[in-house]
Design a binder for this molecule. Sequence first.
Ligand code: ADP
Length: 293
Amino acid sequence: MILVAGSLNLDLVVRAPIPRPGETVLGGELARHPGGKGANQAVAAARAGGQVRLIGRVGHDDAGSEFRAALAGEGIDVAPVTATNAPTGTALVVVNPAGENTIVVSPGANLHLRPGDLAPGWFEDARVVVLQLELPLETVRRAAELGHAAGATVLLNAAPAWPLADELLRDVDVLVVNEHEAAALLHDVADGAEMADALARRVPLAVVTLGARGVAWAARGGGGRLPALPVTAVDTTAAGDAFVGALAVALGEDQALEGALRFASAAGALAVTRRGAGPSLPRRAEIDALAGG
Ligand code: ADP
């Protein structure tokens, strides 16, 4: 069982020129997609072949019901996605004709998931616990502690970028960050491999994703680099989420580290070949085909 505890944000996306303060513009048709790092990584892991349970909070609203139905449709156990008296988290996204975007996130119900809401029973059969930083930090901390106590591998994707106390990292086995997030955790370290080495002094395994330049990893016994798989990139949204979900599945299957990183890289590479977040998350057969080829 892969247990993900994280955010659920409904993405409301409209194509329009980005308005200046005080300006009103007309946009295209509104699109609604389930998103948020928690939901995306849960879907990524389920499609990569994992049995997945998601812990999260939504509102007593239509978006909350839509989320439950969409995630259950992916085969995810959503029993620990509970409703609270706050609106479901929402991201307001404007994409301009040049493909640039502005995003406002209203976390809403996500901030109502408190440490005391985490039932230890949800963690008991977890092999891997997957966390990000879109919930209150004390909730992330408690989830790491419960995962560790249950004997699971605790994987923290420290995104969005945030400086972290060693206290939170104490129960983390695998830290996954992109370069920008790594920079928020380190001072004056520029190169990906050096970043991974520096982070591996704080956690047993550190993985730094480098976009089209692949991935650098370091553990106490050593480290290495893996080039990205060659693909034609059209939209890099959710590459990191695809990578994390697939890595969790591979680690849960006890794949050896280099094989697990290659599997995760294949998932990240496939995600950049398609537009959007949810629709771009790849399935097991295609990940295996790219990773094995
Ligand atoms: P994030 O989306 O968190 O910024 P990255 O951009 O580092 O994360 O992407 C995560 C992983 O996805 C990379 O380590 C790589 O394996 C894969 N990936 C991302 N962009 C590309 C690309 N253009 N070509 C091939 N693989 C990519």
